[in-house]
Design a protein around this ligand. Structure first.
Ligand code: GFB
Length: 335
């Protein structure tokens, strides 16, 4: 069953985040009306407000990019925030979309939904087959609940709700706050600042041995639109790049791209997290989709946008102590 976006009202929740803003950019190539709601206009943890917003704005399609996200330290140190906010956002947006008669919904999760020691590459069927990685189990549980909500509404009501699980992402609009960011933006910022200050070394968290798979966020956005239009089934779909690298090698690659020539100092007091997280994206590739950006060329683009956004963007502290990078490129089309 394929869905045309032509002439449709497409709601992107979370449009100011890295993923949501990439989806808005990608949707501008479609002949559709993009609906967004700013954080001050709609609190996604408030079920009555979300329901009322959907009843008023009547989206045909709902893309759920809204989430409280962060890197390993943010996830590990704010378990209540990550569990509560993500449960509420997922439940409210999915339920309101169902009540509002949305014809298609795409829910976005994360590769951390899988067991810490899942066989690699991780197939979709590994879900709920073993214990989660403790540093991000709170976020993972909320995201698993989101997948199950989509499956439950499909099973009970026949709703065309699907979900996609992206690998670790990076790109324009990323969060560069060193306490809450993921590894890629942290390394870009640390190395850029060390280069400017002629610092002899940069600190890299953990042992450097964990392996991660990275995808440029505009590739994810393209996969999301592809799945929204063409995929209609209960199982969630992995969205990975196959670009796997150790944190040590990533640090060396980032140093090369940024032009930092000092030493790397590994801080073993910081957590490594899961040892390896490579997704099996065979299902998506067999549907006919593939990404465009390799790791190094994506990293160069990310560094370019970091330089541009660093001058134009703002780092905004929000009430739970996590800072969120606010890209200036995403604009509310109808908020
Ligand atoms: O990207 P990251 O924070 O998240 O960390 P996860 C990946 C690896 O990079 C870990 C190491 O082994 C970190 O110890 N690392 C090295 C650093 N230096 C740094 C640094 O300066 N900052 C950061 N942040 N890491 C997250 C989950 O896990 O991945 C989320 O917590 C989500 O729930 C997300 O799934 C995609 O890949 O470990």
């Amino acid at each position: 069953m394929t869905v045309s976006l032509s002439g449709k009202r497409v709601w992107v929740s979370g449009h100011r985040g890295m993923v949501g803003s990439a989806i808005v950019r990608r949707l501008q190539e479609e002949n559709c009306e993009i609906l967004t709601a700013g954080r001050n206009d709609l609190d996604l943890t408030d079920s009555a407000a979300v329901d009322a917003w959907v009843q008023t704005n009547k989206p045909d399609v709902s893309i759920v990019a809204a989430a409280k996200v962060g890197g390993i330290m943010a996830n590990d140190s704010l378990p209540a925030v990550f569990l509560y906010q993500n449960l509420m956002i997922s439940a409210n947006v999915i339920h309101a979309s169902y009540r509002g008669g949305v014809e298609k919904l795409l829910y976005l999760g994360s590769s951390c939904i899988y067991p810490r020691l899942a066989p690699q590459p991780i197939h979709e069927d590994s879900l709920l087959t073993g214990p989660l990685e403790p540093t991000n189990e709170w976020y993972a549980i909320a995201k698993i609940a989101g997948i199950k909500l989509c499956q439950a509404y499909r099973k009970q009501y026949g709703a065309d709700f699907i979900s996609a699980m992206p690998t670790n992402l990076f790109g324009p609009g990323d969060n560069y706050d060193l306490n809450s960011s993921h590894v890629m933006p942290a390394l870009i910022r640390k190395m850029h600042e060390a280069k400017l200050a002629s610092s002899p070394s940069v600190e890299v968290w953990g042992s450097g041995t964990p392996l991660r798979e990275f995808m440029y966020v505009d590739d994810l956005a393209d996969a999301c639109i592809f799945l929204t239009k063409t995929y209609s089934d209960a199982p969630h779909v992995n969205v990975g790049s196959g670009d796997e690298i150790s944190i040590r090698d990533l640090a060396h690659l980032t140093a090369k791209v940024v032009g930092f020539e000092g030493d790397l100092v590994f801080d073993a007091s910081k957590p490594d997290g899961t040892p390896r997280k490579l997704m099996d994206s065979t299902r998506l590739h067999d549907m006919g989709w593939s990404g465009k950006h390799g790791l190094e060329d994506g990293l160069r683009l990310a560094y370019q946008t970091f330089l541009a956004e660093g001058a134009r963007g703002e780092v905004r502290a929000i009430n739970d102590g996590i800072s969120t990078f606010e890209p200036t490129g995403a604009r509310a089309v109808n908020s």
